[in-house]
Design a protein around this ligand. Structure first.
Ligand code: GLU
Length: 281
């Protein structure tokens, strides 16, 4: 099997040390396997993504010493294909229109309580038609119940984890897509959800190994379900641990002092950073 992996940042901020670690880990794995390394810009959320952040990503990764194949895939250029996937799911009765706002769903939930996974169903046809006529916003949600009956249960869904999830999960993992509830696949403001775009692109780009931080381990459970429903291959997963700063907290895009930009401005060389991260390209 050809080894193809990718680094798939969202241009919603500047890259920090954690991103550098992830990108270097994937790049290194591709090199060691004699495989391919792709860069994918995950810019579907037009409300949060900025072209200047994309330009900074390209510049920072080149500074780090990474090389990636051209052309770089941009998710914002492929919205029609993701919509075709949603349409295919709709034709099979696997998605429904949900008119509830997050606020309505959260009624009765105390601020410290975790959000409860939402499970719903389509409205009666006449009520739905009325709301559409009134121009009410809705989200397309994947129906877990419909997905379960289409697949004859979720027991057959598993994925191979060659790294580890946050709880040390490794090896052949039974997927538990039900823990996320009926996920949103598209909304008015964000025309396609992250999960759908990722599984579509990983398959379209022939990604054999998904290498990313274990903050996305739970996403693999949902993505495995979408792969099954869309009849797409399942890549091998390698989730890695997250870097934490001196305060014990993981790096975030808001930590200005730890962005690659700032490290470079402070005189750090790529080689210094590789040593600090323990991984060179
Ligand atoms: N775009 C996602 C992020 O920046 C990563 C997607 C993935 O690696 O699957 O968090």
């Amino acid at each position: 099997m050809a080894f193809v992996t990718r680094f798939a940042p969202s241009p919603t901020g500047l890259l920090h040390r954690g991103h550098a670690f992830s990108a270097l880990t994937a790049h290194r794995a591709a090199r060691e396997a004699g495989g391919r390394f792709l860069l994918r810009i995950e810019d579907i959320d037009a409300t949060r993504c900025r072209p200047e952040y994309e330009a900074a990503i390209l510049e920072d990764l080149a500074w780090l010493g990474l090389e990636w194949e051209q052309p770089v895939r941009r998710q914002s250029e492929r919205l029609a294909r993701y919509h075709a996937d949603i349409e295919a799911l709709r034709e099979r009765g696997l998605v429904y229109r949900c008119f509830k706002t997050r606020r309505e769903i959260d009624i009765g939930r105390a601020p410290h309580e975790p959000a409860v996974p939402y499970i719903g169903s389509a409205l009666p046809a006449d009520e739905e038609a009325e709301r559409l006529e009134r121009g009410e916003a809705f989200a397309w949600r994947l129906s877990l119940a419909a997905a379960r009956s289409a697949l004859g249960g979720f027991e057959g869904l598993s994925f191979l984890e060659q790294g580890a999830g946050p709880g040390g999960e490794t090896g052949l993992i039974q997927a538990r897509p039900e823990t996320a509830g009926d996920i949103v696949l598209a909304r008015k403001d964000v025309g396609v959800a992250y999960h759908l775009a990722v599984v579509h692109d990983d398959a379209a780009q022939g990604v054999s190994h998904v290498i990313r931080g274990h903050d996305l381990f739970e996403a693999a459970h949902i993505q495995r379900l979408l792969q099954a429903l869309l009849d797409l291959p399942t890549p091998i997963y390698r989730h890695h641990g997250l870097l934490v700063g001196p305060d014990g907290k993981r790096y975030a895009k808001r930590d200005k002092a730890q962005t690659l930009r700032e490290l470079r401005a402070m005189g750090m060389s790529p080689a210094d950073l590789w040593i600090a991260l323990g991984v060179a390209p």
